[in-house]
Design a protein around this ligand. Structure first.
Ligand code: SF4
Length: 167
């Protein structure tokens, strides 16, 4: 069986981002994987019931791993604490990945949910720092390899390795 990949819905052209837009510049690169039936398209924040559009949110006081432990929060730009909804988003991403036997995920970087290489620094000033979002942290804790949207070559290389192992 071909290895499955959880993919951020906004990367596939769905207008589910906080600003009501998508981020589909990688769509062409993912089209082949979709044709192979490998992709499981999912937006954790939408699954958790958050509306589109919504206020931008950033991690405050730590990264996604810290938020899972209760040591960091996710705040909207007006200061509202929305940590609970984002933690639910993380768990729904994990549930979806497990139900579909995903070994990998390719998620939109920078998001407090889907970020895997960088997140925003919590000051809503457009500055990023190294870190991961809550869904990425939870997926990784459960053995799912998470790649950022700019890491498609690395994902393809891992897929080739796993396909060979499973052949
Ligand atoms: S939660 Fe993830 S999939 Fe949904 S809009 Fe944000 S980055 Fe995209």
């Amino acid at each position: 069986m071909k290895a499955k990949i959880l993919v951020s819905a906004c990367l596939m052209g769905f207008q589910v981002r906080y600003d009501g837009r998508e981020k589909s510049q990688t769509g062409a690169a993912l089209a082949q994987l979709q044709a192979e039936g490998r992709l499981v398209i999912h937006c954790p924040e939408l699954a958790a019931g958050l509306p589109t559009p919504r206020l931008p949110a950033e991690l405050s006081g730590g990264n996604g791993e810290a938020a899972l432990l209760g040591h960091a929060a996710i705040l909207e730009s007006d200061g509202q604490n929305v940590t609970e909804a984002y933690l639910l988003a993380a768990w729904l991403a994990l549930q979806t990945a497990r139900e579909n036997n995903c070994l990998f995920a390719i998620l939109t970087d920078g998001s407090p949910t889907c970020g895997s290489q960088k997140i925003y620094d919590g000051h809503f000033a457009g500055k990023t720092i190294p870190g991961q979002g809550v869904a990425t942290a939870l997926l990784r804790q459960h053995g799912i390899e998470v790649f950022a949207d700019h890491q498609i070559p690395q994902l393809l290389s891992r897929l080739e390795e796993v396909d060979k192992e499973q052949a």
